[in-house]
Design a protein. Structure first.
Length: 327
């Protein structure tokens, strides 16, 4: 591992100055569960790590029936898993984090860090292999060991986004509050994540000098049901082969509101808008859920070794929607 400076400021303003001063060469350090492995693999070479865990007031869960949910960026995933208010009003969040990583990791890992974690693609993570996302010419996963790769939104990067929390927050239409030295801005989750492109080989649009302060989730109107289902290649401690976050509200037997977001299928958390359009206004039935799943996956282009993700995603979407309709 290369050497770096380490600072541990007590105020957000100090962090912002440090992040700006290094011209993109400083990195916030939260739980470190993703950042430190990236440093060890020499995939990140910041000159300075800015510990943000010592900042007061950036960890915490607040709920208000009219304002909704506030999650401080430093809130550990374990706190979401345990929160009674989240289990009651936003079960999708508690379910998503409960199947993420391990209890030890969930105690360290934070909300902000989870959203900003990098790809788990083995070509990206292996320092000896070239990959487009880290500056190479092409994506080797596309014609290589593609079993964990994307089936949607692929190209030029074909890796699959690893976060379980992100699709759950996407389905809840959350937004993040971020700040740099010039001020604060709010970014909706669909805008925070953007498919990697030549001029931005990253999964988010966050600038290097911006600090995530919090995630805000709008209030869930009465009758809102939500869930997160995840398929893994073993029972625990694995990234999603496919994850499905679903939010549903019914008016009698008709769908009044539907949001669906997937993990493990695209280089970024994937909102399945086409499925939502099929669902809203229609009467709930297994046939409807099958149509919604087909719509969600209509644009899918599996690679040589990940065709299995298609029936897996289809089954999870149908199962999640059927479970919510039956509640
Ligand atoms: C073995 C293993 C298994 C895992 N399994 C899963 C899984 O199943 N599901 C899942 O969702 N995740 C999984 N993870 C990923 C884990 O959840 C993330 O590593 C963790 O959430 C990152 O949070 P952190 O606080 O440790 O972030 P850090 O590692 O500290 O930071 C990650 C990145 O975010 C930046 N950052 C952090 N906080 C902020 C902020 N407030 N503002 C701006 N930038 C910030 C850092 O600079 C860094 O670039 C797994 C990780 C491991 C190691």
């Amino acid at each position: 591992m290369r050497s770096f400076d380490y600072v541990s400021p007590r105020r957000v303003e100090e962090v912002l100055v440090l992040l700006a001063a290094e011209d993109g060469q400083a990195r916030p350090l939260a739980g470190g569960t993703d950042l430190v492995p990236l440093l060890k693999a020499d995939l990140l070479r910041p000159q300075r790590l800015v510990n943000i865990k010592a900042l007061p007031d950036l960890a915490g869960i607040l709920y208000d029936a009219t304002l909704g949910l506030y999650l401080g960026a430093l809130t550990p995933l374990a706190a979401i898993e345990r929160s009674e208010v989240i289990k009651r009003h936003y079960p999708i969040l508690a379910e998503a984090v409960a199947v993420a990583a391990t209890p030890q990791l969930r105690n360290m890992a934070t909300v902000g860090g989870n959203l900003l974690q990098r790809s788990r693609c083995w070509y990206f993570r292996n320092p000896r292999l070239s990959c487009w996302l880290k500056g190479g010419d092409t994506c080797p996963l596309r014609d290589g060991e593609s079993q964990f790769g994307a089936i949607l939104g692929g190209g030029p990067c074909y890796s699959a986004h690893p976060s379980d929390l992100a699709p759950a927050l996407l389905a809840l239409e959350a937004e993040v509050t971020v700040r740099n030295r010039s001020g604060e801005r709010t970014i909706s989750l669909p805008d925070l994540f953007a498919l990697p492109a030549d001029d931005r080989r990253a999964e988010t649009i966050l600038a290097p000098d911006e600090l995530v302060l919090a995630v805000r989730v709008p209030p869930a109107p009465p009758g809102t049901r939500s869930t997160y289902l995840k398929a893994m290649d073993r029972k625990v401690w694995a990234f999603a082969l496919v994850g499905v976050g679903a939010v549903l509200r019914l008016d009698g037997r008709r769908v009044a509101h539907a949001r669906l977001a997937l993990s493990g299928v695209a280089p970024i958390p994937w909102r399945a808008r086409e499925a939502e359009e099929v669902l809203v206004g229609a009467e709930v039935s297994d046939a409807l859920f099958a149509r919604a799943a087909d719509a969600a996956l209509a644009a899918a282009e599996p690679l040589a070794r990940n065709g299995y993700k298609l029936p897996l995603a289809r089954a999870l979407i149908r199962r999640a929607l059927a479970a919510l309709a039956a509640e």
